[in-house]
Design a protein around this ligand. Structure first.
Ligand code: 6AU
Length: 273
């Protein structure tokens, strides 16, 4: 793990162009916060992106819950991403056979590959899913010029999650086969205990995104389990993902700044800054 290095140092060496951009802008904005914008209209989504944009590194969407999705949603996200210098992560959790996920990623009504810098996938169906998504994400198209990245869903935050053991290990092995495309993992903590040292290489640097982050509550409804920003980073997160902990508070701008400060200080502690 390269988690003892600064984002800037990691940006210089990372094989994935989107990971490089993300690590650079995290350093520049002094933010490792990802807002999970689980809102259901274009207006609310873009309003949140515009208000919180200055304080975040990455804006996470569930685009299929937007009730009035249109070209305006896509153009709005793209222009706010440029205005505030954040990247966009569509939390699509691809899980199907290669041929199907290629169509879900590249086409359809949602045109995910056109606007989402990062997407995620589950290894449930085997490594073919990564190969299938990589063939789109690394292609030099007019829209994205191969500047796309993938996170493997190595854990889940919910009670009774089956994303453990051999499943988590398979996520790591698959990431190692596609280092140019896989940015890292959605994981509850660093994966050092389960990673097989014999298949690791010196240069690998997978970025850990921890979700289920909330400063105020321990457990959410329907099995969600939380940890604080500070704890998540101490356990190996490079980026913290928080939804209701930020957007469902009285003053989301003040709240996101608290998460930004706590997340940044925990990062500095780790890299000895
Ligand atoms: O902070 P919350 O609980 O309001 O929202 C958490 C967000 C939701 C979930 O779909 C997502 O994070 N999530 C994920 C991701 C990011 O892949 C994995 C997981 O194990 N748990 C989880 O909550 O948008």
């Amino acid at each position: 793990s390269k988690s003892f290095l600064t984002y800037a140092a990691r940006a210089k060496q990372h094989p994935n162009p989107i990971a490089r951009r993300l690590l650079e802008l995290a350093e520049e904005k002094k933010s490792n916060v990802v807002v999970s914008a689980d809102l259901t209209t274009t207006k609310e989504l873009l309003y949140l992106a515009d208000r919180l944009g200055p304080y975040i590194a990455l804006f996470k969407t569930h685009i299929d819950i937007i009730s009035d999705f249109s070209n305006e949603t896509v153009e709005g996200l793209k222009s706010l991403s440029e205005k505030h210098n954040f990247l966009i992560f569509e939390d699509r959790k691809f899980v199907d056979i290669g041929h199907t996920v290629q169509m879900q990623y590249d086409g359809g009504a949602l045109r995910i590959s056109e606007w989402a810098h990062i997407v995620n996938a589950s290894i449930l169906a085997g490594d073919g899913i990564v190969e299938a998504l990589a063939s789109i994400g690394t292609a030099d198209t007019v829209e994205h010029k191969g500047q796309r990245g993938l996170l493997m869903l190595a854990h889940m935050t919910t009670k009774g999650s089956l994303a453990t053991g051999a499943y988590t290990q398979a996520s790591i092995e698959s990431a190692r086969l596609h280092k140019d495309f896989v940015v890292g993992f959605v994981a509850n903590h660093a994966l050092t205990e389960v990673a097989d040292p014999t298949t690791a290489t010196e240069d690998e640097d997978f970025v850990v995104f921890t979700t289920g982050v909330n400063r105020a509550t321990k457990d959410g409804p329907l099995g969600q389990q939380y940890q604080t920003p500070k704890k998540a980073i101490a356990r190996g997160a490079d980026f913290i993902i928080s939804g209701r902990g930020i957007y469902a508070t009285e003053n989301p701008i003040e709240t996101v700044q608290l998460y930004q400060k706590e997340g940044w200080e925990a990062y500095l502690d780790r890299v000895g800054g």
